[in-house]
Design a protein around this ligand. Structure first.
Ligand SMILES: *[C@@H]1O[C@H](CO)[C@@H](O)[C@H](O)[C@H]1NC(C)=O
Ligand SMILES: *[C@@H]1O[C@H](CO)[C@@H](O)[C@H](O)[C@H]1NC(C)=O
Ligand SMILES: *[C@@H]1O[C@H](CO)[C@@H](O)[C@H](O)[C@H]1NC(C)=O
Ligand SMILES: *[C@@H]1O[C@H](CO)[C@@H](O)[C@H](O)[C@H]1NC(C)=O
Ligand SMILES: *[C@@H]1O[C@H](CO)[C@@H](O)[C@H](O)[C@H]1NC(C)=O
Ligand SMILES: *[C@@H]1O[C@H](CO)[C@@H](O)[C@H](O)[C@H]1NC(C)=O
Ligand SMILES: *[C@@H]1O[C@H](CO)[C@@H](O)[C@H](O)[C@H]1NC(C)=O
Ligand SMILES: *[C@@H]1O[C@H](CO)[C@@H](O)[C@H](O)[C@H]1NC(C)=O
Ligand SMILES: *[C@@H]1O[C@H](CO)[C@@H](O)[C@H](O)[C@H]1NC(C)=O
Length: 497
């Protein structure tokens, strides 16, 4: 900074010196002045220097005259010389003085500008430096800020990690403690468990022994039970026999009473209408037989709850007689392809082929216990029978379901009719146990199961056409599934004939 003005001053002084040295051949502006112009930047400086006057030979002793070259009257050589030196000194002194003055002037005039420039520069530079400094400071502060932020974050992280570590160590401690406690508990449980196991083992052995005892006891009890149930069955049987005995007695009493009343009437009316009146009161062929008839044939019965009297064929000879025929096939004269209503009410001719009717049979068999006898004849002249100790037919609401028991006879080692619960089906009333319609497939009306081993109401086939007929008159355990029989009879009578 100070180098600027110093250099300026230095160059100026050099100029002055040069001017001084060039003095003898200097430019003569005026008689007495030397003018120097100096250009420095915008400013130009003009210096007017006085011409160094070397006086014409003057008398010695003049103080400000310099010794000339004139050797006109040469003084003594030493004097001249010293005079000359003095003159020169004076000039020099003058010059120096002037120079000093000049300097002072320069200093006076230039100083403000210089200082101004200086100040300007200083200010400029100071400003830039300040700017730089502030920038630096800004950067530093931002860096420092960032640094502190980072430091804070690091500190935060470290503190958090420390906290986590602490927590983790705490939780591990807790876990270890829990593990220890659980281990202890486990041990205790194991010991308790082993104790329990031993107890269970002992209990098991005890229970096994008790179980064996109980099993023995049970066997003994079962033995006893078997004996007692046998005894019970015997008792039941005798009870049933006794009750049937008593009902039989009652019935006989009633019949006797009726007979007495009828006899009284006959006696009152005379012998002509005696037999007719008696006939109309008979319920079945057993009563007819009891009244004294001994020839098989067509009779009239009057069943309670059935409005009209009915003609039936009575077999009063076979196996003690008293049989009311409910079905007969013998020559195919009657069509058995009938609907539900026909099978309910009955059809055909009592002297030939006929079906007595489900409703009448239901009424008969629900007021007393009846037996059923089925008689079969094949085309080779063989005759067999199947007898059922008990026979009962349900109501129409029960679809005339069949109830049989006590099979015996020569028509096969077992029954070709399902004994219990088979409903009656006709072509228009499918009550069988088949997805098909047995009555439509096999013809007639029957207690079809699915579709069962028999059908005595099937199509009638004559001789030579009777083989391989699935819809004929079948009885499986007599002639197999496809043999159509020649003649059949179904007949019932009370058990207590
Ligand atoms: C110095 O110079 C000035 C003029 O420039 C002159 O007037 C003066 O007499 C001189 N003094 C001497 C001692 O020479
Ligand atoms: C002073 O600064 C200005 C910019 O601020 C610049 O243009 C100028 O040249 C500077 N002057 C000096 C003498 O440094
Ligand atoms: C510091 O720098 C920021 C941007 O880097 C700027 O916004 C702010 O004005 C600066 N401050 C100064 C004093 O220069
Ligand atoms: C650490 O920083 C989170 C946000 O990142 C703040 O919620 C928490 O208070 C700070 N913790 C400390 C100890 O500074
Ligand atoms: C049933 O009565 C007959 C005589 O009618 C008799 O012989 C028989 O012992 C009686 N049965 C019972 C169990 O009383
Ligand atoms: C049937 O009864 C009549 C008398 O009414 C008798 O003459 C006849 O021998 C009896 N027949 C038989 C088979 O018992
Ligand atoms: C017969 O009819 C009487 C009343 O008329 C009735 O109480 C009885 O239940 C009927 N019996 C049968 C088997 O339908
Ligand atoms: C079938 O038998 C009945 C009675 O025995 C008889 O009236 C009828 O004419 C016979 N029909 C045929 C086709 O033999
Ligand atoms: C007969 O019909 C009755 C409905 O009246 C039914 O509940 C029963 O299961 C039937 N019997 C058979 C063997 O299908």
């Amino acid at each position: 900074m100070p180098s600027g003005p110093a250099m300026l001053l230095g160059s100026f002084l050099l100029m002055v010196a040069t001017t001084t040295v060039a003095q003898p051949r200097g430019q003569k502006v005026s008689r007495s002045r030397w003018i120097h112009r100096i250009q420095q930047g915008q400013c130009s400086y003009t210096f007017v220097l006085p011409e160094p006057c070397l006086p014409e030979p003057e008398p010695f002793g003049s103080s400000n005259s310099l010794p000339g070259d004139s050797p006109a009257d040469p003084p003594p050589l030493g004097d001249w010389r010293s005079q000359r030196v003095r003159q020169l000194e004076k000039v020099l002194e003058n010059n120096t003085l002037w120079l000093q003055k000049l300097e002072r002037y320069i200093q006076m005039n230039l100083k403000p500008e210089l200082t101004q420039a200086q100040q300007h520069m200083v200010q400029n530079q100071t400003a830039t430096v300040l700017e730089l400094g502030s920038n630096l400071l800004n950067q530093t502060t931002t860096q420092a800020h960032k640094l502190t932020n980072v430091e804070a974050q690091v500190l935060n992280q470290t503190s958090r990690m420390k906290a986590q570590l602490l927590e983790a160590s705490l939780s591990t401690n807790k876990l270890e403690k829990q593990l220890l406690l659980q281990g202890i508990e486990l041990h205790q449980l194991q010991t308790r468990n082993s104790a329990l196991e031993t107890r269970v083992l002992t209990l098991e052995t005890q229970q096994q022994a008790e179980l064996d005892d109980i099993r023995d006891e049970k066997e003994r009890l079962q033995h006893l039970l078997g004996r007692q149930s046998g005894a019970l069955a015997g008792l039941e049987r005798s009870l049933r026999a006794a009750s049937s005995n008593s009902s039989l007695l009652q019935r006989q009493q009633r019949q006797l009473l009726e007979s007495v009343q009828r006899l009284v009437q006959v006696v009152a009316q005379g012998p002509a209408s005696a037999i007719k009146a008696a006939e109309q009161m008979f319920q079945d062929c057993a009563e007819i037989q009891r009244s004294g008839a001994n020839a098989s044939g067509t009779y009239t019965i009057h069943v309670a709850n059935v409005t009209k009297p009915r003609k039936v064929f009575c077999d009063l000879e076979t196996s003690g007689g008293g049989w009311t025929l409910i079905q007969r096939r013998e020559n195919g004269s009657v069509n058995f392809q009938r609907n539900w209503k026909d099978y309910k009410q009955g059809f055909g001719d009592p002297a030939g082929e006929y079906w007595l009717g489900n409703e009448l049979v239901h009424q008969l068999t629900s007021r007393a216990t009846y037996s059923l006898r089925v008689e079969l004849r094949d085309w080779e002249g063989n005759e067999v029978y199947a007898q059922y100790e008990h026979f009962q037919l349900g109501s129409e609401g029960q679809l005339y379901r069949l109830s049989l028991s006590g099979y015996s006879g020569s028509a096969g080692r077992q029954s070709s009719l399902v004994l219990q619960g088979t409903n009656f089906s006709t072509a228009d009333a499918d009550n069988d146990n088949c997805h098909c319609k047995c009555a439509q497939m096999l013809s007639g009306g029957w207690w079809f199961d699915a579709c069962g081993l028999s059908n005595l109401n099937g199509n009638y086939y004559s001789l030579h056409q009777h083989m391989r007929k699935l819809n004929g008159i079948r009885w499986h355990y007599f002639k197999g599934p496809s043999y159509s029989l020649r003649a059949t009879r179904m007949m019932i009578r009370p058990v207590d004939l």
